[in-house]
Ligand binder design. Structure first.
Ligand code: NAD
Length: 489
């Protein structure tokens, strides 16, 4: 079944249907129409999957997808155009450029926490780059997956873009097939399985993974504003955001102040009882509910902790004096628990971060430029936001992705187009000037080698016209002048 799907898409892709930019734009417009005409259905599916309110869905999912669609529509012609590059003297008369071209059939495997953005944002780039695609939404956000399967084919070209639903067995069956790129979003252990499966066909992968993103609060900062921003980023979507600050690092002297400020903000955001707040989500299922709850075991609860398994509800929870060896510090939390770990100073915070896997994001709150600079230069992560959380995700000119254990490859805006294109190196020559090629033909001699060096080692600019001819004219003129002098002497 999966083989038939992929074979069918490849055949249509090879017919060249997706090559014209006009076709790609049409498909993107159709995707945009789908989102606008079915926004209420999408919101409803997320209400059922995650108890998500409509505003969060717009802010966290739909705006990003729409921005990427609009950008691709307006800039795709530039992105897809040949990019002329610097030449050497040897290629001075050639056309030398990079041509982005479609890869073929792309597999996009998504996760459940933002089920629409994690599938449709990569899909925008896949379409813009001229690929065919199979999309596989997560079975855990089942209402979203069902809606995608039902409605997307009504808008997009079914022979080029297909939705496959199902769980692990279906995904594994898909992974046996040969794709030209696999774009996976999910956890790191499954990321490794995806990469293993891709290796069998030498298929390149993008892995958008997670990890524990640290958040350092310097005592020299506006702690109230810092805590307001952190509370928003941590507890939105019930903590099930890959980029959410996983834990706080701070000096012991400000720990209680942080707890107090978060408490104040939680009251402002979700009122006395977050369970009855329309803005507070639920854990995706009881398996994850049990997993998240078990992470609290050894911890001292400073705020929250209330829960209700029948509703997959866990209150926004802050845990204080958490120690590095606690279970909660051994895995990504991906839920509404916010541990605070105290460190003596910035250096200890940096060491703490560097002893662990490279995270998807690092956050630092400080008014001290030196402290910020140290955090930026002495740690590594997929991205960084200073004095806020999540914001680097919202700028689609920035590449979004992880590093090391938090993933490989990048996307958003033009970066998705580039990620899902092959950048083909092209040199177009004529039959003229054959004598210049003597330098590389046998019988090779020292004189030919020095001529070859001369032509290969001299770099010219990337423009195709006037200055190349100016250089050639100068060389010829110098040659003529030298010849003339020799004759005269
Ligand atoms: P998940 O369980 O829905 O898995 C993701 C996909 O992998 C699904 O489509 C599922 O069918 C498939 N899958 C699961 N197990 C598989 C297996 N054994 N073999 C083949 N396919 C399999 O989602 P998840 O992994 O729980 O997602 C949460 C993780 O995703 C977190 O770690 C989070 O940080 C990360 N995430 C990362 C980003 C990012 O952009 N970097 C975004 C969202 C989530």
């Amino acid at each position: 079944m999966e083989k038939q799907v992929v074979d069918g898409l490849r055949e249509v892709f090879q017919s060249g249907r997706s090559r014209p930019l006009q076709y790609r734009k049409q498909q993107l417009r159709a995707l945009h129409r789908f989102i606008t005409e079915h926004q209420a259905d999408i919101e409803q599916s997320l209400k059922q999957d995650l108890h998500r309110d409509i505003y969060t869905t717009s802010i966290f999912e739909l705006i990003g997808i729409e921005n990427d669609i609009k950008l691709a529509e307006s800039d795709m012609a530039d992105w897809a155009a040949p990019q002329h590059v610097k030449k050497n003297l040897n290629s001075a008369l050639d056309e030398v450029y990079i041509k982005p071209e479609p890869l073929g059939v792309v597999l996009i495997i998504g996760t459940w926490n933002y089920p629409w953005a994690m599938i449709l944002q990569p899909l925008v780039g896949a379409i813009a780059a001229g690929n065919a695609a199979v999309v596989k939404p997560s079975e855990m956000s089942e209402h979203s997956a069902r809606l995608m399967k039902e409605l997307l084919p009504l808008y997009l070209d079914k022979e080029m873009y297909q939705v496959v639903t199902g769980g692990v067995p279906e995904t594994q069956e898909l992974l046996k097939q040969r794709f030209d790129h696999i774009f996976y979003t999910g956890n790191s252990p499954v990321g490794k399985l995806v990469m293993e499966a891709a290796a069998r066909h030498l298929t390149p992968v993008t892995l958008e993974l997670g990890g524990k993103s640290p958040c350092y609060i310097d005592k020299n900062c506006d702690i109230a504003v810092a805590c307001r921003r952190i509370t928003w980023g941590k507890f939105a979507n019930c903590g099930q955001t890959c980029l959410a600050p996983d834990y706080i690092l701070c000096e012991p002297s400000i720990q209680d102040r942080i707890v107090k400020e978060i408490q104040k903000t939680l009251q402002e955001f979700y009122k006395e009882d977050p369970k009855s707040s329309p803005d507070y989500c639920r854990i995706i299922n009881t398996r994850h509910f049990d997993r998240v709850l078990s992470l609290m075991n050894e911890c001292t609860i400073a705020l929250g902790g209330e829960n209700d398994r029948s509703q997959c509800y866990i209150a926004p929870t802050v845990l204080k004096d958490v120690l590095p060896h606690f279970k909660i510090m051994q895995e990504e939390i991906f839920g509404p628990l916010l541990p605070i770990i105290t460190v003596n100073d910035l250096s200890e915070a940096i060491n703490f971060i560097n002893k662990r896997e490279k995270p998807l994001a690092v956050y630092v709150f400080s008014s001290d430029k030196t402290a910020i600079k140290r955090m930026l230069t002495e740690t590594s992560s997929g991205g960084v936001t200073v004095n806020d959380v999540l914001m680097h995700y919202t700028v689609n000119s920035l590449p979004f992705g992880g590093v090391g254990n938090s993933g490989m490859g990048k996307y958003h805006g033009k970066h998705t187009f580039d990620q899902l294109s092959h950048h083909r190196s092209c040199v177009i020559r004529s039959f003229a000037m054959e004598s210049l090629n003597d330098a590389r033909y046998p019988p090779l001699t020292a004189a030919r080698l020095s001529k070859a060096k001369f032509f290969l080692q001299h770099q010219l600019c990337s423009c195709n016209g006037v200055c190349v001819w100016a250089v050639i004219a100068t060389i010829l003129a110098i040659g003529l002048l030298v010849g003339l002098i020799v004759v005269l002497i």
